[in-house]
Design a protein around this ligand. Structure first.
Ligand code: ACO
Length: 324
């Protein structure tokens, strides 16, 4: 049998770290009131990184990809598939994946973006796994890269304190042993309005609002239930149980959603990988960023069983279970 397996991880954060106090001071200058205490209590976020205005998702993604290649002991020229999960691509087209491919100094391999907002990385990993198992690819780069700071409304304190910029990447290779054990993806487009950037480009202008809109409580209510369901379905498909999970690596949106999911799965909180405190919500980049931090800090070791899960705009959600 042919499976896929992660052979290297990498990540990259833009250097500018903005603490809650820094952000509160910037917002106060525009008459918007928030506080370090409110943000920590409601979200678990202490700081986020913001990219400089000229820096794009592919710029962040290519750095993460280089670190993942190095960890896997591979050269860029070994790669035959690039999948980038992003909702903040460099351009309307071509894809961030094509631009990133050129920045890696390679050409010819398949490259495309996946757009599933904060579920983007579990979607991208599932697509790359399927392509590897069917023989369409053998060494893939799967990357989540975002510059959400570009689409934040800094006049809306209910959303602008939540997000950050960054990128994470994995090298996924064909293997005789798994690797990825099972995955489960879903979407329900009737919830478009609770989390969206409704603007679009038309006739050379942006029509509609190009900034993020979110009904935080509606998202919260949906998130915990669908995440539990996706995790359980994925475990059942793989013939495993909650007790087999060494690390839960959820999308890093809000510590209360993450802890809520861990509790529903009866996992002790010390099996939960948390980076939301230092990264904020980096959308499609949050899971591979958290994975790389957990690998490099020595938490996640070879052979560990990992549950990755995400939920985001669309509404989209899903989970991937894998042996690392
Ligand atoms: N600073 C200070 N006060 C604030 C802020 C802020 N940044 N934002 C809102 N408030 C105020 C509100 O105005 C409100 O005041 P009021 O009671 O006087 O009206 C009060 O705080 C409570 O607001 P709520 O919206 O009820 O706060 P809640 O406890 O629901 O927390 C939050 C808001 C953090 C957004 C929460 O709903 C949440 O986490 N939702 C999930 C969002 C999420 O995870 N989204 C991402 C998932 S998908 C993706 O990643 C794209």
């Amino acid at each position: 049998s042919r499976y896929s397996r992660i052979t290297g991880t990498g990540s990259y954060l833009p250097p500018r770290r903005v603490t809650n106090a820094d952000l509160a001071a910037e917002l106060a200058a525009n008459g918007i009131e928030t506080s370090d205490q409110w943000i920590i209590e409601r979200t678990g976020i202490r700081a986020r990184h913001f990219a400089a205005p000229e820096v794009t998702s592919s710029d962040l993604g290519v750095q993460a990809a280089r670190h993942a290649l190095e960890a896997a002991g591979r050269k860029a020229s070994d790669i035959d598939l690039i999948v980038v999960a992003t909702s903040t691509p460099d351009m309307v087209f071509p894809s961030a994946a094509c631009i990133l491919q050129n920045k890696l100094g390679i050409a010819g391999c398949a490259a495309f973006d996946v757009q599933a907002v904060c579920s983007g990385f579990v979607y991208a990993l599932t697509v790359a796994d399927a392509m590897i198992r069917t023989g369409s690819a053998s060494k893939a780069l799967v990357i989540g890269a975002e510059v959400f700071s570009r689409i934040l409304d800094f006049k809306d304190r209910t959303t602008c304190v939540l997000f950050g910029d960054g990128a994470g990447a994995v090298v996924l290779e064909a293997s005789e042993t798994p690797g990825i054990l099972a995955s489960d993806l879903h979407a329900d487009g009737k919830h478009v309005g609770i989390l969206c950037v409704p603007g679009h480009v038309s006739g050379g202008q942006v029509l509609g609002d190009p900034l993020l809109k979110m009904d935080g409580q509606a998202v919260f209510k949906l998130a915990v239930g669908v995440l539990e369901q996706a995790a359980r379905t994925t475990l059942a498909k793989a013939g495993r149980t909650e007790a087999d999970i060494d690390w839960l690596i959820p999308h890093q949106a809000n510590i209360r959603i993450m802890q809520g999911t861990a509790k529903k799965l009866k996992l002790p909180l010390d099996k939960l990988v948390v980076t939301v405190d230092e990264h904020g919500n980096t959308s499609a980049a949050s899971i591979p960023l958290a994975l790389d931090v957990a690998v490099r800090s020595g938490k996640v070791k070879q052979g560990d069983t990992l549950m990755l899960e995400g939920v985001g705009g669309g509404f989209t959600w899903g989970a991937v279970l894998l042996d690392f």
